[in-house]
Ligand binder design. Sequence first.
Ligand SMILES: [Zn+2]
Length: 383
Amino acid sequence: MFTKHPQTMQFADIIGQEAVKSYLLKNARQDSVSHAQLFLGAEGSGNLALALAYAQYLNCTNKQPADSCGRCNSCQMSLKLAHPDIHFSYPTVTVGSKGKKSTDYMAEWRQAVLQNPYMNVFEWLQFIKAENKQGNITAEECDEIVRKLNLTSFQGAYKILIIWMPEYLGKEGNKLLKVIEEPPAGTLFLLVAENADALLATILSRTQLLRIPPLNPPDIAVNLHNRFQLPHQAARQIAAQCNGNYNAALRLMSNANVNNRQLLTGWLNACLQNNVPQFAQFTEEIAETGREIQKNFIGYCLHFFHECLRLSMLPNYEALLEKDEIQTANRFLQSLNYNSLEELVQAFEKADEHIARNANPKIVFFNLSIRLADTGQGKISFT
Ligand SMILES: [Zn+2]
């Protein structure tokens, strides 16, 4: 999701990740900067934001102890993603002659990253109107990288190439091996990836790995409160259901959350009363939405069930749920025991994986409906 709040990307602007920040600052201060580093972190961890802040810091001409100055010439250009020595490669789609090189989409890249450096590749490809086309870092782009890195740096500082989602490098990525192995002096590769298994082994073995963990929910909650003036309770609630993924938190911020609530109540109602036509209709309707919406809904359901589990087990537990959700949860819990709830959570976790792997949503949601109907045995009414 893209917001209307442009973000700057100095270390101070990045959510949480204090250990990663101090590690990067320390190795910059000690001048022990490895020339090929892999910033490996799941969606929404801030891996791209960290790489940007690090690149800006390295080239800042007035470094402060814990951050770049944000004001020098170099910082001014870095902040606009327009530093002549900081280059970017990312997946693109080819339309006619456009899209063979990353620079073909430079204006879109700046706009998208400045709006949301936590975006995922799906959102980026939608942003450049890729529609059903598969994103790719092309052979032409690899040749361009080699050419660019062999130019002298403009400012005499580090020449940095940030490759975002190198998972999208096919075999043509092997064109980069030599330059990664023996880069021109003062050249740095920062690879920003989510999934090490999808990287070319030849590239992976040539990089120094920096693992970036998912964010801590309290860090996300504080950010949502400060940035969007979201009430504390609502901010904690969203932070609790996004698995340390800030991008997911942004998605949940939208109205989707309210819709999810109504959707789940209606669905539970149909299933727990064993109303087959009604839950079949629900299945049809949700199957027609997109994969992101389905994943978002399942994420919400999992949050709801986890909260139900806690409510059933912990006396005086203060649930991360709104009033109407607590009412639904209490009625739902009347017919359930701990075991069936545990099993439901597992079924939903599996469904989440299946949807991510492009399984047929009709089948996935129909199976879930049957599971829900089984747990209720037609006993509960929500109306
Ligand atoms: Zn500076």
